[in-house]
Design a protein around this ligand. Sequence first.
Ligand code: NDP
Length: 303
Amino acid sequence: MSADPILTLDDLSNWSATGTHLAVLGHPIGHSVSPPMHNAALAGMSAKDPRFGRWQYHRFDIDPDDLPDALRLLHQKGFLGVNLTVPHKIIAVPHVAAIDAAAAEIGAVNTLLHTAEGWHGHNTDGYGIATSIREELGIDIEGAHIILLGAGGAARGAAVEFLRRHCASLHIGNRTAASLDVLIKQLQLIAGNISLAGFDLSAPPASLPAGALIVNATSAGLKPSDPLPIDLGKIPLPAAAYDMIYNPRETPLLAQARALGIPAANGLGMLVHQGARSLAIWSRAEVPAGLMRNAVETALATR
Ligand code: NDP
């Protein structure tokens, strides 16, 4: 059997392994680099504390219809923690016994912690992106003008985090007006006195702030043939550009930013820091984010 097999609901039904187990659920899940990322961290942590030598992180391909059964079985079988990825982050919410405030505001969970009452839901994506932006672009979200591209699940999580961290203003551009309108209405409930506005991605208004942080949370850039989500040459000069996409490492948006001399970073740091935060929630120990980053780089390079 491969060191990192794709497990199924049947594998879970028959689960009898000893030790401490963690898992990521997705559909599909073959692309996930979370198992090598977390297992590298656990190997590093076991050098200081041997109990982590008995911890293991697995991946399960779970159909959305099977998610309630999978979560019930994972709890019954004593898994300590679970990560959720596409398409499970929102549909898992009704199946948790408790949820922390940020995850409740986002309406999505990516991290579950085993408690006696059931799963406790968290969302570490916002922490991941804010930490990555500070580390790689030297920008604190508090007081920053932000132009966010996209109105899907990732954009929603980032927008809630930016508002919670008191950004100076938040402009959100999307291709489809209907999903943008829904998002803006939901965010107005938590924006307080922070300036919040939506715009049509195909016609960015001249009133966008100069010196803003651009954050791409659209999937435009995943394929080499994808269009730019926004033309940086046609808006007031941004201070920096962040693309949540990390594979490919350089999207058309990041290439254009570099050509214009604008500092730019991809979403690899977000992936690493959301994972490091999840592992900290489960282990209550110091987590080696550097080892996790190296493991992700290696896993991506060999695919
Ligand atoms: P969703 O499917 O929920 O949302 C996709 C968004 O992209 C929508 O706003 C959609 O607009 C927009 N979009 C898609 N194609 C285009 C296009 N050609 N031009 C302009 N806009 C487009 O996806 P997610 O929110 O879950 O993910 C978004 C991105 O973030 C993905 O690339 C994903 O890989 C990345 N991501 C990275 C993470 C990390 O850890 N680094 C974590 C999570 C996500 P419309 O409403 O018009 O359809």
